[in-house]
Design a protein around this ligand. Structure first.
Ligand code: HPA
Ligand code: ZN
Length: 323
């Protein structure tokens, strides 16, 4: 573990809302005068046994009720950055779900300003840097994604890119072409979740219809050798989240995760934690799980950390500095 934490790395697939630990849920509920349907953090944590992505998303969205104002988002961001720093993360490109908050009546400015407060404090204390990526919820209307993007641009939100998350199956990426076109024209970087529960076709849509620069998850590319060769040739990074895939039954168990095949095929693989408060571990624990399951040697582990730096949207001089 020490060896893993000592490797400088970048986290590229992390939902800030997925770092909301049960203890913080209770703390914020108490401060905000919110009654929760659980006795304590332990009872809440006991509910974290998921059948699939959908069953996870229900509780993930439900817990957001405790995030009410700017200070709550600052607490969340600071707690994550502190924990990530301990795992050797020197930079994180962090997802947040604007619509999951605006539909509850929390303003975009409160969310973004709060996250920036927490990250700026962590940067001053620890030197860790962050970039924000606003994800659109693919199971909500395209028109809402478009107006969310317009509002982000109107308030000059300090985001580096946009992504696409929530329920993949039945909500094709191709519906969001106009949103991603508009984001690209505004100078934003593009990523999307694809190939988590959806198949190779979902990944192809993210690549061809949205023109994403990284694929979040992308593990089902293993089902299509031509797609695997394309991803390897184009050096498209995959942001893989091993413990998430186990907890949401995207794979039967860690030993049957396709990670070794993806590495073997020369894909630009990175290791990340997705929603660490829900899936049993932060990024160091994700590295530890795959080292253990696949008996990875030091060189392979170092390469995975190296990949995470190269796959980031940092400029090359900062990438070099980290290496
Ligand atoms: N997949 C899709 N959407 C999400 C996830 C995830 O793992 N976490 C938060 N939103
Ligand atoms: Zn995710």
């Amino acid at each position: 573990m020490t060896r893993i934490a000592a490797l400088p790395k970048v986290e590229l697939h992390l939902h800030i809302e997925g770092t909301l630990e049960p203890e913080l849920v209770f703390e914020l509920a108490r401060e905000n005068g919110i009654d929760l349907p659980y006795r304590d953090a332990e009872e809440l944590r006991a509910r974290y046994a998921f059948d699939d992505l959908q069953s996870f998303l229900e509780i993930y969205y439900e817990n957001l009720v405790v995030l009410r104002g700017r200070r709550d988002f600052a607490r969340l961001a600071h707690a994550y950055a502190t924990r990530a720093h301990a795992a050797g993360v020197v930079h994180a490109e962090v997802f947040f779900d604007p619509q999951a908050h605006t539909v509850r009546g929390v303003t975009l400015t409160e969310v973004v300003d709060g996250l920036m407060d927490g990250f700026e404090r962590a940067h001053a204390e620890l030197g860790i840097t962050t970039g924000l990526i606003a994800c659109f919820l693919r199971d909500r209307p395209v028109a809402e994604a478009l107006s969310t993007l317009d509002e982000l641009l109107a308030v000059d939100a300090p985001i580096i890119g946009v992504g696409l998350d929530s329920a993949e199956v039945g909500n094709p990426a191709s519906r969001f072409t106009e949103v991603f076109d508009r984001a690209s024209r505004a100078g934003l970087r593009l990523v999307a979740h694809a190939g988590e529960e959806g198949g190779p076709d979902s990944i192809l849509q993210a690549l061809d219809d949205l023109a994403v620069e990284r694929v979040d998850h992308g593990i089902r590319s293993v089902d299509d050798p031509r797609l695997m060769s394309r991803l390897a040739d184009e050096r498209t990074p995959l942001t893989i989240c091993p413990l998430s895939n186990v907890h949401l039954n995207a794979v039967a168990d860690i030993a049957s995760h396709p990670l070794p095949e993806l590495i073997e095929a020369g894909l630009h693989v990175t290791i990340n934690s997705d929603d660490p408060a829900y899936f049993g571990g932060y990024v160091d624990q994700n590295y530890a799980a795959i080292v253990d399951a696949f008996d990875l040697d030091d060189q392979t582990v170092a390469r995975l950390a190296h990949n995470s730096v190269d796959a980031s949207f940092l400029d090359t001089s900062r990438q070099q500095e980290i290496h």
